[in-house]
Design a protein around this ligand. Structure first.
Ligand code: HEC
Length: 422
């Protein structure tokens, strides 16, 4: 994956933020679609098999309808199934360009597997139309590859989310770490819920709805859709809870919780619509349910992105600092016009700090030695102070640019070293 890193350009802080938004958008296109494809194929194969055993025409009909519903058509398959993974690889290669990470290799592997699996699955889907005998084996192979692909994809995303806490060994055992397993189950359950919603919506809402006219068939499909959605949405909060438990505390922020709360609220709204569909069926509710579930998924994606952005904060600071330098080079401003850490210190820090004595903030000679050899952490703190010592008030954000923060950090570290004679 080295060539991807060569493509990487220095990023400004705004640019980094923008890439996080893009990642949310890309995942919001990809996850519901690939979810429906995965479970839709599984259901189609399952009912295909049942048809053989029970010789019931409605099983065959459902098997065909459901695969057609979820795959839409092959262009959609490429646009929503393949392009987003490719885009997310590009985004991660920019975001994590500072770091050695296996995450890109995982994502690249999943891209290849997803592409191959979609070829099989679309082959299965079109075999319903073109041939007399349906090629279930092709569908099954596609499903198995897709299962593997999604597992690898979740592993890649997990490396990004736990960046700094978990360095994958790059071996098979990475796939079986508890974090990956919990997140993969989370993914499977959430996608099961979306698929249930998509079935109810797709069969009953659209104008040419497949199940509207035929009452018996309609009942049968409604039953399947309700069962799936109900099971999945009941399990979802439990898994959300476990997922929350494994996220390291310092990656959590108010925003992460806020989106989880919104997600839970949407789920409850979903239960309500499910109940309405069960008691007094109206196709309107299937649409409401489906979109509620989609938005629940969106909140999960956003809260996960916030975790990723928290876990890659340090890398982002360094990236942005590089960008300032890059820009200065372009403008020909680097070289003689050095920004002086000492100047900035006098203006921005000296009002609260000295090296020897306590003012508003602690004396540097006491608190800075712990940053020896960890300048990146010091820069991150100066750019974005967090509460540390309960004896002091929190330090306000001095609003420095990345390169200024670096200059001050250099200066402070050097002075403290001198003062302590190290
Ligand atoms: C308005 C007052 C104020 C200003 C201005 C200020 N600080 Fe602080 N600083 C504090 C306080 C208060 C703390 C203690 C915070 C805590 O422990 O939660 C602190 C803590 C620190 C620490 C210790 C962090 C740690 O890990 O214990 C460093 C290093 C530091 N400041 C550097 C700076 C630098 C560099 C600047 C100038 C860019 C600066 N401060 C400007 C008030 C200030």
């Amino acid at each position: 994956m080295e060539f991807l890193k060569d493509l990487a350009l220095p990023q400004s802080a705004e640019h980094i933020e923008l890439m996080h938004y893009m990642l949310v958008l890309v995942l919001f296109l990809f996850i519901p679609f690939i979810s429906a494809i995965f479970w839709g194929t599984a259901l189609s194969l399952f009912y295909k098999r049942r048809e053989k055993v029970y010789l019931d025409e409605k099983y065959r009909r459902f098997s065909k309808d459901v695969i057609e519903l979820v795959t839409i058509n092959k262009w959609v398959g490429i646009i929503l199934g393949v392009v987003p993974v490719f885009t997310s690889i590009l985004i991660f290669s920019q975001l994590l360009q500072q770091a050695e990470t296996t995450n890109l290799s995982f994502l690249a592997a999943s891209l290849i597997l997803i592409t191959v699996s979609l070829i099989f699955i679309y082959g299965y889907r079109y075999s319903f139309e073109k041939f007399k005998s349906v090629n279930a084996i092709v569908g099954l192979i596609g499903l198995i590859i897709l299962f593997a692909a999604l597992w690898v994809f979740v592993t890649g995303m997990t490396v990004a989310a736990f960046f700094g806490k978990w360095t994958p060994s790059g071996s098979i055992s990475d796939f079986f770490t508890s974090i990956v397993i919990i997140r993969f189950i989370f993914f499977l359950v959430a996608s099961f819920a979306v698929t249930g919603g998509a079935i109810l919506f797709g069969f009953f809402y659209a104008d040419n709805a497949r199940a509207k006219a035929d009452e018996e068939y309609g009942k049968f499909v409604k039953n399947i859709g309700l069962k799936i959605t109900f099971t999945a949405t009941i399990l979802l909060p439990v898994i959300m809870f476990f997922n929350l438990l494994i996220i390291p505390g310092d990656y959590l922020s108010g925003g992460v919780f806020a989106y989880i709360v919104i997600g839970i609220f949407l789920l409850f709204l979903g239960y309500h619509f499910l109940y309405m569909i069960l008691t007094r069926f109206s196709s309107k509710f299937t649409a409401l349910l489906f979109f509620t579930l989609l938005f629940t998924v969106l909140t999960i994606i956003i809260s996960d992105q916030m975790v990723i952005s928290n876990s890659t904060k340090k890398e982002s600071v360094v990236l942005a600092a590089d960008f300032e330098k890059y820009l200065a080079d372009l403008k020909g401003e680097s070289g003689p016009v050095e920004i002086s850490g000492e100047e900035i210190y006098k203006v921005k820090c000296a009002s609260c700090h000295t090296f020897e004595t306590k003012l508003v903030g602690p004396p540097h000679n006491e608190v800075v030695p712990k940053y020896f050899g960890k300048e990146i952490q010091l820069i991150a703190f100066i750019r974005n102070p967090v509460k540390i010592n309960p004896d002091y008030p929190p330090m306000p954000n001095p609003g420095l640019k990345p390169n200024e923060a670096k200059a001050v950090a250099d200066y402070v570290l050097e002075q403290v070293r001198k003062n302590l004679g190290k």
